[in-house]
Ligand binder design. Structure first.
Ligand code: UD1
Length: 432
């Protein structure tokens, strides 16, 4: 076993961040009180709650109970300020609902982020197809449709998750039928469609590349349970595999991790799917796995940094290819600081496994990069300090506590000039 001891035990994931935020936006489509349960207690949910409040909703957020109650008024505000959009890019998912509810939406353009420049052109093109005029004005994307939207055929140039969601949320209240081709197929899209259907929307084909939406005049509020977080579950599955552990990950539909399970098996792990859980038993030392990120059902880009960590301590060499986002190899450079043999060339990272990593201070630049570096710290000799735990908190309810419960030696510490750091101790550290 390389570095720290194996992770052992059970961990439970709650609802997916990437679904909960969109479902909160979808609540805007119906006047009255919608309720979401199984909502993760993460900062981004609080940011979305604040955004909805500023649009005129009353939002009760009970983080411990995982429950958000959104009371939507007849008349909504239509502006999403830069201050909030900058803090959380997923704020742009209010664009579709506001355009169709208010006939006008002005949502700040998020700007660049740490995982490449992420355009909004497909969101804009989708709304234009439905009859909105869309332009950028002083840093805001302004969509106008004073006479409502009209259903239309839309072929997305790329199966963008965010654009598919915005188009769906606009089309459900448009006049007539919208056919979205080359739609994203992620489980979070299916979750959104399930909530919209329960609200009375006419949607067929979510989960496939072609989604047909039949517009209705009004929707009703609902109660909906957020789908389990496949990315958080995948994170713990990688943690088990790369530490030679034995972890039961509960709260996820294992079918949502199909290709990830295949990859972990290629790495030598024994993976046993159960109805709402996944047991992963890691090998003594993993075999290197080639990974190429693609839209669902391909390998998720959000788990790519964990594949890099696994390959870094595996036997053999492998190529990790990033096809979704430019500049998403920040983890590779930080892993090199831990002694990994990683070479990045454009979209590819060539990793030659080393027997052990050696602890060092590293910096996590986004949610998954920071979490991946924490896992790297678990297989590094000595104490690894990961700066950027504020990123981790945006995607994981209490990552350090979950890892501790599995036997890892991880603490979260406030630091003077940094929001916080995570300490991950390798096998030389005391194990809790
Ligand atoms: C969502 C997820 C993110 C995940 C990603 C891909 C949320 C909050 N985030 O992000 O965690 O990594 O899906 O699975 O759900 N693009 C354009 N123009 C557009 C829209 C997208 O060029 O109008 C490009 C982006 O720059 C990127 C690619 O398409 O290169 C994928 O983006 P998209 O699928 O839209 O991801 P997000 O919805 O932003």
């Amino acid at each position: 076993m390389v570095g720290g001891g194996p992770l052992l035990g059970e961990v439970r994931v709650v609802g997916a961040k990437n679904s909960a935020l969109k479902l909160m936006a979808a609540a805007l489509l119906a006047v009255g009180e919608s309720v979401l349960v199984n909502v993760p207690d993460i900062v981004d949910v609080s940011i979305m709650a604040e955004l909805l409040r500023r649009l005129g909703c009353a939002v009760e957020h009970d983080p411990a109970a995982g429950r958000v109650v959104i009371d939507v008024p007849e008349r909504l505000g239509h502006r999403a300020d830069y201050e909030l959009v900058r803090a959380m890019r997923a704020s742009i998912s209010v664009l579709g609902p506001l355009t169709v509810r208010c006939g006008l939406a002005d949502v700040a353009v998020p700007g660049g982020d740490a995982i490449g420049s992420r355009g909004l052109d497909l969101h804009a093109a989708g709304l234009r197809s439905l009859g909105a005029t869309v332009h950028v004005d002083h840093g805001y994307l302004v969509a106008e449709a004073p006479n409502g939207l009209v259903g239309a055929p839309i072929e997305l140039a790329f199966p963008s998750v965010g654009a598919t969601e915005n188009v769906l949320m606009a089309a459900v209240l448009a006049h007539g039928t919208t056919i979205v081709d080359n739609a994203a197929r992620e489980p979070e899209i299916v979750d959104l469609a399930l909530m919209l259907q329960a609200m009375g929307a006419g949607i067929e084909g979510a989960g496939s590349s072609t989604i047909v939406v039949t517009g209705v005049a009004a929707l009703r509020p609902v109660e909906h349970r957020v789908v389990g977080d496949r990315i958080a579950a995948g994170t713990f599955a990688f943690a088990a595999a790369l530490t030679g552990g034995d972890v039961m990950v509960r709260g996820v539909d294992p079918r949502h991790l199909g290709i990830v399970v295949d990859s972990l098996r290629s790495a030598g792990a024994t993976v046993t799917p159960e109805p709402a859980a996944l047991r992963v038993v890691g090998p003594r030392r993993p075999r290197a796995i080639d990974v190429a990120t693609l839209p669902y059902p391909g390998f998720p880009t959000d788990l790519q940094p964990f594949a890099l960590v696994l390959d870094a301590v595996a036997t053999g060499a492998a190529m990790v290819t990033e096809n979704m986002f430019e500049a998403r190899f920040h983890t590779a450079a930080e892993l090199a600081r831990l002694g990994a043999d990683v070479r990045v060339d454009g979209h590819h990272a060539l990793v030659r496994g080393v027997e052990r990593l050696s602890a060092a201070p590293v910096v996590g630049s986004d949610i998954r990069a920071a979490a991946a570096l924490v896992l790297a710290g678990l297989v590094a000799d000595g104490v690894t300090t990961v700066e950027g735990v504020d990123h981790v908190r945006r995607g994981y309810v209490d990552f350090a506590a979950d890892l501790r419960a599995l036997g890892a030696d991880v603490v979260t510490e406030p630091a003077e000039d940094l929001p916080a750091v995570v300490l991950g101790a390798g096998r030389n550290g005391a194990r809790g």
